[in-house]
Design a protein around this ligand. Structure first.
Ligand SMILES: [Zn+2]
Length: 110
């Protein structure tokens, strides 16, 4: 990376990990995974007849004070869990980079 002089080791390391993560990640998803019980809509299904609701995974994210929810199809559960993990990892790395920038600002003041 250009202009890397003056960056702390921690900063450089976080940047290269973020770079690698973005290169390798098949997706990044901001949100939290929630298990929800629901009715499928089939009146003859056990969920309607016996009250045994289906469990499914939802991805929820708060935006401007309201929560958006998305139902995750079974076959995509693995991928979405990975995207959420990858997003969190990317955010941790960004936070590290940001903290290093704050430290530089403090140094500049002295
Ligand atoms: Zn059902």
């Amino acid at each position: 990376m250009k202009h890397s002089k003056g960056l702390s080791a921690k900063d450089r390391q976080a940047r290269s990990q973020l770079h690698l993560l973005l290169e390798q990640a098949d997706g990044l998803a901001h949100g939290s995974l929630i298990r929800m019980a629901r009715l499928c809509g089939n009146p003859n299904c056990r969920c309607a007849l016996k009250g045994q609701k289906h469990e499914s995974l939802c991805l929820g994210v708060s935006e401007k004070g309201r929560t958006r929810m998305k139902h995750i199809p079974k076959e995509q559960e693995g991928a979405v869990k990975r995207w959420v993990r990858q997003y969190q990892r990317a955010r941790e790395l960004l936070e590290t980079i940001s903290q290093e920038a704050w430290k530089r600002l403090q140094k500049g003041k002295e």
